[in-house]
Design a protein around this ligand. Structure first.
Ligand code: ATP
Ligand code: MN
Length: 433
């Protein structure tokens, strides 16, 4: 990741240096990771965002940094030379070193990770936690995953949109919305871009959004956040099978991209990205119910799948798989029923083992049907008048899904807590930093 251009005060990123540069003078900067005095010599390990290097200081230069604390910021000029150190294949002999900022001692966590800190301590010092190579690797992978998703969807003619996060009416029911005062009105934080993205298919046909959304649920699990990142698509002239195909190829391309572009991060995290077989397995909701009944679980068609049920399914279906054709009454008002059985819907969840990664389906595009479905679900069509109006302007048939970015990242990084893969998590207990 080390680019050639660095910045006004450094000639190189540490990741750009190598033993073939012996004799060359460089100016580098970063954070003091370690410091050892051996007689008249001081050995210092310096880290920047790209890598690490050993610096050797003697005489007055060593004196000039006496007492420096670990994780202080320095910039130095020095010459690349051979080293006897086992862990490095060159070192920098420096005669000129500036301390740019001091770090306190002791720090709230050990950022090198020699002493394990619990997740709460790490989150309370999140910026410092990023100097831990494992944490930094997670967020570099997150960056690559986002880049890959944008690239894949753009190649498939999806246009990136940004919809409001401050909304004036509870868009899909609303028990789990955060509400607040907006001047003299009541407003809410959006729980999804659902209604907007549907409307926009009439002008842009294929749209996607990657953004934070908000759920006021008192969930204390490794898969729920109050503020999470959703990858949403919606596409005109598609049905649920089309958008399942898009979701599957997006997952496959993303994993391939991580495998090719995140080799350092995989090594640091001790993970190896495997490309799953395709097509992904598809089971219907009814098949899922039967499988669970066969295991002696008491459940009937029409019941929602609870956490324990999904865990049970996840033992048999360990990778990515779809659960399709859910009962219409378990789905939101905008989902279309199946042609051959109006009690079922053209809907799906993408699972990875027990974990739900995405929900999607074919949407209703007939405003009359939408109105009656709203009433069936005890929602007031008048509260949706702006939305319903747009359905009278030539709304194409359309379908889409929402994918939880943090949940997908936990699968890629093989970790079981979404708090690890979002910088500053929000949950019922955590509102800062
Ligand atoms: P769950 O039942 O697991 O709480 P959901 O069915 O309520 O999820 P959807 O409304 O279907 O969630 O949202 C689409 C996707 O967004 C989910 O499949 C999930 O990946 C992600 N997601 C939803 N809520 C959260 C949350 N609170 N924290 C993290 N990701 C979430
Ligand atoms: Mn869902």
């Amino acid at each position: 990741m080390a680019g050639r251009f660095v910045d006004f005060s450094r000639t190189h990123y540490l990741g750009n240096l190598d033993p073939s540069m012996e004799g060359k003078q460089v100016t580098v900067g970063g954070w003091v990771e370690d410091l050892r005095k051996m007689g008249k010599l001081t050995f210092l390990t310096l880290r920047d965002v790209t890598g690490i290097a050993q610096v050797i200081l003697a005489g007055d230069t060593a004196k000039s940094i006496e007492g420096i604390t670990r994780q202080s910021v320095i910039r130095l000029t020095g010459t690349i030379q051979k080293t006897k150190a086992r862990d490095f294949d060159f070192e920098i002999k420096s005669e000129n070193i500036d301390i740019l900022a001091n770090a306190v001692h002791p720090l709230p966590i050990d950022p090198i990770g020699r002493l394990e800190s619990d997740i709460d301590k790490r989150l309370n010092a999140r910026a410092l936690d990023l100097r831990n190579q494992k944490t930094a690797a997670i967020f570099k992978i997150r960056h690559h995953v986002l880049a890959s998703i944008r690239n894949t969807l753009s190649k498939k003619s999806f246009i990136e949109i940004n919809t409001p996060k401050i909304i004036g009416s509870a868009s899909e029911g609303g028990a789990n919305l955060f509400s607040f005062k907006y001047f003299d009105k009541q407003a809410y934080l959006a729980q999804s871009p659902q209604l907007y993205k549907e409307q926009l298919t009439m002008g842009l046909e294929r749209v996607f959004e990657i953004a934070s959304f908000y759920r006021a649920e008192k969930s204390h699990t490794g898969r729920h956040l109050s503020e999470f990142t959703s990858v949403d698509i919606e596409a005109a002239f598609m049905d649920y099978n089309d958008v399942m195909n898009i979701l599957e190829s997006l997952i496959l391309e993303t994993l391939q991209y991580v495998k090719e572009n995140c080799k350092d991060e995989e090594r640091i995290l001790e993970i190896k990205t495997a490309i799953p077989n395709s097509p992904f397995e598809k089971i219907t909701y009814k098949q899922a119910i039967e499988e669970l009944q066969n295991e002696g679980i008491e459940l009937k068609v029409g019941d929602d799948l609870q956490d324990a049920h999904l865990r049970s399914l996840g033992k048999k279906h360990t990778g990515f798989y779809f659960i399709t054709d859910w009962p219409i009454k378990l789905k939101p008002f905008y989902i279309q029923e199946k042609d051959d059985d109006s009690t079922l819907s053209e809907s799906f969840d993408l699972q990875h083992g027990f974990l739900e990664l995405s929900s999607g389906g074919t949407r209703l595009h007939n405003p009359e049907k939408l109105r009656s479905r709203l009433k069936e679900q005890d929602l007031d069509p008048n509260a949706f008048s702006d939305h319903l109006r747009s359905f009278e302007w030539g709304m194409p048939p359309h379908a889409g899904w929402g994918l939880g970015l943090e949940r997908l990242l936990t699968v890629i990084i093989k970790i079981d807590n979404v708090r690890e893969v979002i910088l500053y998590p929000r949950d019922p207990e955590r509102l800062s930093p």
